[in-house]
Design a protein around this ligand. Sequence first.
Ligand SMILES: Cc1cc2nc3c(=O)[nH]c(=O)nc-3n(C[C@H](O)[C@H](O)[C@H](O)COP(=O)(O)OP(=O)(O)OC[C@H]3O[C@@H](n4cnc5c(N)ncnc54)[C@H](O)[C@@H]3O)c2cc1C
Length: 393
Amino acid sequence: MNIAIVGGGIVGLALGYKLSKVKENKVHVYEKEKEVGFHQSGRNSGVLHCGLAYKPGSLKAKLAVSGIKQMVKYCNDYKINHDVCGKIVVASNEDEAKLLENTAQRGNLNGLKGLKYLNNKELKDREPFVSSHKTLLVPEEGIVDYKGVMISMKENIINSGGNVFLDTKIEKVEEKKNYIYINKNSSVSYNTIIYTTGLQSDINFKKFTNNKLKAKIVPFRGEYYTLEEHAKKLVNHLVYPVGNPKFPFLGVHFTRMINGDREVGPNAVLAFKREGYKNTDISINEMLDYLSYLGFLKFIGKNFLFSLNEFSTSILKSSFLKKTQKLIPDISSSDIKSGPAGVRAQGIDHKGNLMMDFDIKTHKNQIHVINAPSPAATSALSIADYIIKNYIK
Ligand SMILES: Cc1cc2nc3c(=O)[nH]c(=O)nc-3n(C[C@H](O)[C@H](O)[C@H](O)COP(=O)(O)OP(=O)(O)OC[C@H]3O[C@@H](n4cnc5c(N)ncnc54)[C@H](O)[C@@H]3O)c2cc1C
């Protein structure tokens, strides 16, 4: 079977890796940038999520639980830097403690192992600078070099006889009988084409299927600060706040990166450009596109204060710092410097709700991954299995 995958982020590459292991398949991955993982997959927190807070029974929960196991095995098999170092989730007051208990309950229902509340001594032994009212240890979480994973998947696809074409944007698809030809390269035809195009997924769905979509991808930029060398001691592993279950964003957290850096972030700021990584990046056309979408306006109507608060953390370091001091009160402005940013491709439905689960749509022999935000990097190998099992005939 000839299969084309459009999008060389971690989901497309994981699919390419799995599909190219089958001898009869010929797999071509097309990526518009000059390197793999240039957008979301190469600009994330680098965390392996084990399925703690996701709604039991959801795809996010199921595919994170199996996905982290597969990702850790992949890293062991191909010698990719990772560390299952565990994380703590911190409740700062009694209200948050109740949310933390609900979160732990979800984790137990999702089948997580070893969840336990830490006493003060256990917390201080692990993270001496963290202030907490109640602390949950999640031992199965970890950190990983996702860039390394993607480079390895690319090599594996090529070694199995497939190919990864960089700097190749798919602009045109032609369907003739049961075969698909892409761009002007009509010498190769495909039986199936899978779009894993992240921030462009809704645009590509509409463009290549000529169908309407009752959802839109809205870009939420996540900005990080990096801890200065002298402040690295403030964080040993992963330190998360209790997430607000209304939102798919996990809240500003401290992360030990696999290269030893310490980052804090990301916030979740409505971005003025899909692939814009600075708060000065603006695309008038893209803004008009989502400002004229009723679902987006309904979202803002329901979440105005949240949006404003996140925006303030983008323009005021003091506002960002306040969020971090909830977890580590000793941290000060001189301890952090501006770091990298990523942009989440987050679906909003026509009723103004954030799409909380992964979403996949099909049209003839096209498969479109529409909504694949966090933890899709962790879950990529399981998302690939899910698509192969349920959508590829
Ligand atoms: C700030 C941030 C922090 C996150 N933290 C984590 C985390 O710690 N752990 C975790 O599991 N997940 C995390 N995530 C989520 C995770 O990174 C994403 O869910 C995942 O990377 C999605 O992968 P993808 O392959 O679907 O999309 P992407 O990585 O965005 O890849 C899509 C690719 O498609 C290409 N493309 C688009 N259109 C075309 C076209 N027409 N032709 C050719 N190529 C095209 C793009 O150039 C892009 O490279 C985070 C995300 C962000 C933004």
